[in-house]
Design a protein around this ligand. Structure first.
Ligand code: GDP
Ligand code: MG
Length: 703
């Protein structure tokens, strides 16, 4: 909104400019007036539009032309005053004043004009007949008003119109010659209609109209008022109302009517509420609300934002196939000034058999944008009308800024849900294949991807201990000398080599030694193209030996040359390592396959550590004579958590005992979902939980 309004009064001498100002201020007609009134400022709270308003007088006797020109260029609105009983003063409006103002103002930002016919008390007839042709001739004339400084007639109205001309100008909205709204205004209102059409059926039904009314004007429409509005449209337009709701045509018609009847502040209120500025562009303040992201923190969408995006997806997935066809996608982005997603997005996220972005893929892409470029995400959410539809202060309230990664490492836990994995490897070693396989694409499919549509990112979800997490893979360009901080900053590093190329491991070893030997970021070596015959790597030691020396998990065999979608186990493993970078998911033997390794991994797992710490804390608390005030409630909650953790741990343990072969596959997350497993696990865990609870009661009684 504008900070203040500057109104300048010009016109021939003696038409009553000074008297008009004095009458407004003192609310009585001054018999004697100076040549020129002092500039006055009306405070915001006494003006109708709540904006401080300066009123500036002009006097030929006291001011030079230069001073006048300066005042003209400073004014936000100019009132050209004439006297209704003085023909010459009317003629001068067109012969002198309008050309003079045009010369002294910017062509692009024409200052609105108001024609003021003063001394209406002196004549019986109106000057409107003479004035209307002038109004039609000059589009910058906002309105005209007849008044009398003597009778105090229309004085406050005059200044209200002047204020309104600045705050709610008709210029950008309406073309008087064509008697229609201007294209930019139609475009903005069309976007507003689409955003407000929550079910995307092309009609604003009563619910949507009420919501719209409430968001724009803070009050819902009375049922009768709603009917009246629709009736007005019905009367004037055949297809303005459909199925008892307002169509886009009807909506636009209604606004044309508002403007034509001088109620353009209504249209402006709507436009401003949806983020438009005076030039009908979306405001920068609206698109980019302030959001502070300290270093080492990342940005994610919160639950609210996901719900909103979900509703947007549902609204546009008209055939309910859980994917967006190109047409549906275009429709979704129709409220954007440009198409934000190029063909590379289809190779960044999961798509369906037709290559259309799935629901999962759609949310993944949003997650990616939020993570990599939060400003862009704010902008996009702004186009979709997030703050309005989700009734939030701004798009920023849809973003979670995660805590500093250093704190995560210190506390050995993280609340993040997006983890970044940077993939390094020599040219042609299979990095892209590794990224694409995450999207469920085998080698055959990958060959169909056009070079210009390829992406250096891949993002999808994995499940770690039953929680859904996003893993963002980024293929780093294999140029040693140009690795930026961004290339190195990630939660897990993947070093890919090609088992069939004897020179490819060398690159991995070099990258590791140069950048990650002392880094806290966990690393994993991927032995790609494992379907091809393995050739001895031309490096000082074997990859397995390299891993052992640097206390890394052994190289993970990987191939995307599969008949079906490649296995996702490796990605789950990567996410787990990214989530628990401190957990030693490795043991002395590093084979990661034998029972020893598995037990070691299990004992070192975050979960068990946590349970151990909790139990320890509970026992310690009991044995020390410390008075705890809110003990009982807090303790119950803590213990419930303990039992829950115990339950999960025991389930895992039980599973290992019941079916060790499963464990030999490195506790694949997918296995955890099989129902027989959970059945067995539940029985075992319940027994332990009951036992544990009995122990707990006994201990409590002792206290
Ligand atoms: P300015 O030169 O345009 O500032 O005009 P003034 O305010 O000095 O007014 C010129 C003369 O017109 C004064 O004698 C005023 O009293 C008189 N006058 C101003 N407004 C009115 C009005 O509304 N009705 C009548 N009858 N006289 C007015
Ligand atoms: Mg004067």
């Amino acid at each position: 909104m504008r900070k203040d309004v500057r109104i300048l009064l010009v016109g021939e001498p003696k038409v009553g400019k000074t008297s008009l100002i004095m009458s407004l201020v003192s609310e009585e007609f001054p018999n004697v007036v100076p040549y020129r009134a002092e500039e006055i400022t009306i405070p915001a709270d006494v003006t109708p539009e709540r904006v401080p308003t300066h009123i500036v007088d002009y006097s030929e006797a006291e001011q030079t032309d230069e001073q006048l020109f300066q005042e003209i260029s400073k004014a936000n609105v100019i009132c050209i005053v004439y006297s209704v009983n003085n023909k010459t003063s009317i003629e001068k409006v067109t012969s002198h004043w309008i050309p003079l103002i045009t010369e002294n103002t910017d062509k692009d930002s024409r200052v609105p004009l108001i024609l003021v016919g003063n001394k209406s008390d002196l004549v019986e007839h109106s000057s409107m007949e003479t004035i209307l042709p002038i109004m039609n001739q000059y589009s910058e004339i906002e309105t005209c008003v007849e008044c009398s400084a003597k009778n105090l007639k229309n004085i406050s109205e005059l200044f209200y119109y002047a204020q309104k001309a600045v705050l709610h100008p008709t210029g950008p909205l309406y073309c008087p010659e064509k008697k229609d709204m201007k294209p930019l205004c139609v475009k903005a209102l069309t976007r507003i209609f689409k955003v407000s059409d929550l079910d995307n059926d092309g009609i604003l039904n009563d619910n949507e109209l009420n919501f719209f009314q409430r968001t724009c004007f803070n009050t819902p429409l009375e049922p009768q008022a709603l009917e009246d509005v629709k009736n007005v449209v019905r009367k004037n337009l055949n297809d303005g109302v459909c199925d008892n709701g307002l169509t886009l045509k009807g909506f636009l018609f209604l606004h044309t009517l508002f403007i034509q009847r001088g109620r353009h502040e209504t249209t402006w209120t709507v436009l401003r509420r949806f983020g438009y500025d005076d030039d009908l562009e979306l405001n920068q303040d609206y698109l980019f609300p302030p959001l502070k992201v300290p270093p080492d923190c990342t940005t994610e969408l919160n639950h609210n934002a996901y719900l909103f995006l979900q509703s947007i997806f549902d609204k546009h997935d008209k055939d309910r196939d859980c994917a967006l066809s190109p047409e549906e996608l275009r429709d979704l982005f129709d409220v954007f000034p440009y198409m934000p997603w190029g063909p590379d997005v289809n190779n960044t996220v999961c798509t369906n058999d037709q290559g259309w972005i799935t629901y999962q893929g759609y949310l993944s892409q949003w997650t990616l944008t939020t993570y990599l470029d939060v400003q862009r995400c704010l902008e996009y959410l702004g186009y979709l009308g997030y703050s309005i539809i989700a009734e939030q202060e701004s798009q920023a309230s849809g973003i979670t800024v995660t805590r500093d990664k250093k704190i995560d490492l210190q506390k050995k836990q993280t609340q993040r849900s997006v983890f970044r994995c940077n993939v390094f490897g020599d040219i042609g070693c299979g990095k892209s294949g590794f990224l694409q396989a995450f999207l469920g694409r085998n080698l055959m499919f990958q060959k169909t991807i056009r070079e210009e549509h390829r992406s250096y990112y891949a993002i999808s979800t994995t499940y770690v201990y039953g929680q859904e997490k996003y893993l963002l893979l980024h293929e780093v360009f294999p140029d040693f000398d140009y690795l930026s901080d961004a290339d190195l900053a990630c939660d897990i590093v993947c070093l890919v080599y090609d088992v069939s190329n004897p020179y490819s491991f060398d690159y991995c070893a070099k990258v590791f030694k140069q950048y990650f030997t002392d880094s806290k970021t966990p690393c994993m070596i991927i032995a790609a193209k494992s379907d091809l015959p393995e050739i001895k790597q031309m490096y000082g030691c074997s990859p397995l030996e390299f891993c052992r020396r640097h206390r890394m998990p052994p190289p993970q065999s990987f191939t995307c040359n599969t008949a079906a979608a490649p296995s996702r186990d490796i990605y789950t493993k990567l996410t787990t390592m990214a989530m628990y970078p401190h957990a030693r998911l490795r043991c002395m033997c590093t084979c990661n396959r034998c029972t020893f390794c598995l037990c070691q991994n299990f004992l070192n797992s975050e979960l068990l550590q946590m349970v151990r710490a909790k139990l320890f804390a509970v026992v310690l608390r009991r044995s020390l004579p410390i008075k705890l005030h809110i003990f009982s409630l807090k303790c119950t909650i803590t213990n419930l958590c303990n039992y829950l953790s115990l339950f999960i741990v025991l389930s895992l343990f039980f599973k290992m005992m019941v079916k060790p072969s499963l464990f030999n596959r490195h506790v694949s997350q997918a296995d955890l979902t099989t129902s027989t497993f959970w059945l067995r696990a539940s029985v075992g865990a319940t027994v332990f939980a009951v036992l544990g609870f009995t122990m707990y009661r006994v201990l409590l009684k002792q206290r």
